[in-house]
Design a binder for this molecule. Structure first.
Ligand SMILES: CC(C)(COP(=O)(O)OP(=O)(O)OC[C@H]1O[C@@H](n2cnc3c(N)ncnc32)[C@H](O)[C@@H]1OP(=O)(O)O)[C@@H](O)C(=O)NCCC(=O)NCCS
Length: 246
């Protein structure tokens, strides 16, 4: 099995370890953090190396890296910084791809994390250091740059273009043939139809919240609140079938 060193020792590092071990993707030989962040010399039973002298600690010809720094950090500013610094030193980053993901392209850079049940369509180009969370869909022929984050169940239409360092929230929807610049946010649940210039924020309208008492809140989830009863539904189907048989 190929060897890997994970950058970071946060809770996301622990999630990454679980992911790698679950699917036996790599042999994790250790972790690395900046010298000023080193609290202990081991994490989860493996050594922690200083990033500054990583070249002396591991063989970069045979050991790959993966960045576990959070995307919830100034729009991947830290993930990008760590990736760029270590690429500068000629390290190679690993792609972590779930065997449960559907990936119909091999045009994929390095350092990407593709989670369970993500779907990456035919002809898609993916750059480096992107995160695709569970059930996210990148439709055919789309181009995804570097250091982007795609939240759970976000859907990116076909022939879309994403620059770098964008954040796409939970369940966001981007129509097809849309261009998103750099450092944009497509907020959770937003539906984006138009191009986004750099540093744009597209947020979903805030839902209306009504405060109820117990009786009122229960009344919404009762048969009386449904559009029609099952009997009425069956009658509709019967009438429809009769029409078909004419
Ligand atoms: C994008 C996001 C961070 C914005 O959150 P927010 O701060 O609650 O959003 P707001 O509703 O306050 O809107 C943000 C700004 O847009 C403005 N805005 C919102 N709706 C507007 C409207 N209809 N017209 C004009 N301005 C509007 C707000 O006034 C606010 O401006 P300000 O920051 O200058 O005050 C949030 O929607 C989101 O998607 N979070 C990520 C959740 C997620 O996916 N997590 C997964 C990670 S694991």
């Amino acid at each position: 099995m190929e060897k890997i060193v994970l950058i970071g020792t946060s809770s996301l590092a622990a999630e990454t370890v679980a992911f790698i071990e679950r699917y036996q993707l790599y042999d994790i030989i250790g972790f690395t953090v900046n010298e000023n962040c080193m609290k202990e010399d081991s994490f989860m039973g493996k050594p922690v190396y200083p990033i500054e002298s990583l070249e002396e600690c591991v063989d970069k010809a045979t050991v790959k890296l993966f960045c576990t720094a959070s995307w919830y950090n100034h729009m991947n500013r830290l993930r990008k910084k760590l990736f760029d610094e270590l690429k500068e030193k000629d390290f190679t980053f690993a792609n972590l791809i779930s065997p449960n993901a559907i990936v119909y392209t091999d045009d994929i850079g390095e350092g990407n994390w593709i989670h369970d049940f993500a779907h990456i369509g035919h002809g898609v180009h993916i750059g480096d250091n992107n995160v695709f969370r569970m059930n996210c869909v990148i439709e055919h022929e789309s181009v995804i740059g570097n250091h982007n984050f795609f939240g759970v169940a976000s859907v990116i239409g076909g022939h879309d273009f994403y620059g770098d360092c964008n954040f796409t929230g939970l369940g966001a929807l981007v129509f097809n043939r849309v261009a998103v610049g750099n450092k944009c946010i497509v907020g959770a649940g937003a539906a984006l139809k138009d191009d986004l210039p750099d540093y744009s924020l597209c947020v979903a309208p805030k839902p209306f919240i009504k405060q109820c008492d117990e009786e009122k809140i229960e009344s919404y989830i009762t048969p009386a609140h449904l559009n029609r009863s099952v009997d009425e539904f069956n009658e509709m189907i019967k009438a429809h079938r009769k029409g078909e048989n004419k």
